[in-house]
Write a protein that binds this ligand. Structure first.
Ligand SMILES: [Zn+2]
Length: 227
């Protein structure tokens, strides 16, 4: 009897899952992303303080659209990545979990409960930040790397088979200077300041593997049956 119940559960679960069959990533601004497979909803480096340090702003409506009971993960807590004040308000209204660069152990614990999901965190250096973390998410077999603000490409250079790497342009410059090969199928360049948008379009506008995130609200879809 127990076996049958389990089978039924799996069928229902699989059915629910195949309905989306993709990981959808929405670019919010700076390093702010929303990731979902249709079941689990994750925000990375969001909410931040709109317009901090001359980086991207966003409307209040973006906060209203935050999905209930989401998980919020941060690489570090500079204002252009994190706002404690806004986050507290969001968590009060919409519930959810928060993991910063300081509590990666509880992040791992949380991740254990998510089907077909794994997150690894790496201590990476970033100027003027006491602790900074980069993350590698493996979700339904897809490897997504989130570098955050780090200036050093050694860590990402050691990871094999990345499907999609989120990097600031300075990480690519660093890798080039140090002759570090990054094993990623595709790159999304994030944290582009409004003043840098024209040159980002010029540099990578035609590239098939490097995608500059200049348009807030842009979506990247990872099809899960795609090899
Ligand atoms: Zn930053």
């Amino acid at each position: 009897m127990r076996k049958i119940l389990l089978l039924i559960f799996l069928l229902i679960f699989n059915f629910g899952f195949t309905q989306s069959n993709e990981i959808k990533i929405t670019f919010i601004g700076n390093c702010g992303l929303h990731l979902t497979d249709g079941n689990t909803s994750i925000y990375v480096d969001f909410p931040y303080k709109s317009g901090a340090y001359g980086y991207m702003t966003y409307e209040d409506s973006v906060l209203d659209e935050i999905i209930e009971s989401s998980t919020f993960i941060f690489t570090h807590q500079h204002n252009d990545h994190y706002s404690g004040k806004i986050l507290r308000k969001v968590l009060r209204q919409k519930k959810g979990n928060k993991f910063t660069q300081w509590n990666t152990r509880s992040l791992k614990k949380w991740a254990n409960e998510i089907p077909d999901f794994k997150i690894e965190s790496f201590k990476t250096k970033h100027s003027f930040s006491i602790r900074h973390r980069s993350y590698l998410i493996t979700w339904h077999g897809k490897k997504i790397f989130l570098s955050g603000d780090t200036e050093h490409s050694e860590t990402i250079g050691e990871i094999n088979g990345i499907d999609l790497a989120f990097v600031p342009y300075w990480l690519l410059t660093d890798a080039k200077e140090k002759e570090i090969d990054i094993d990623a199928k595709r790159f999304a360049i994030y944290h582009i300041a409004p003043v840098q948008i024209p040159s980002a379009k010029k540099n990578w506008g035609d590239s098939e593997t490097i995608y500059p995130l200049v348009e807030q609200g842009d979506k990247i879809i990872l099809k899960l049956n795609e090899k």
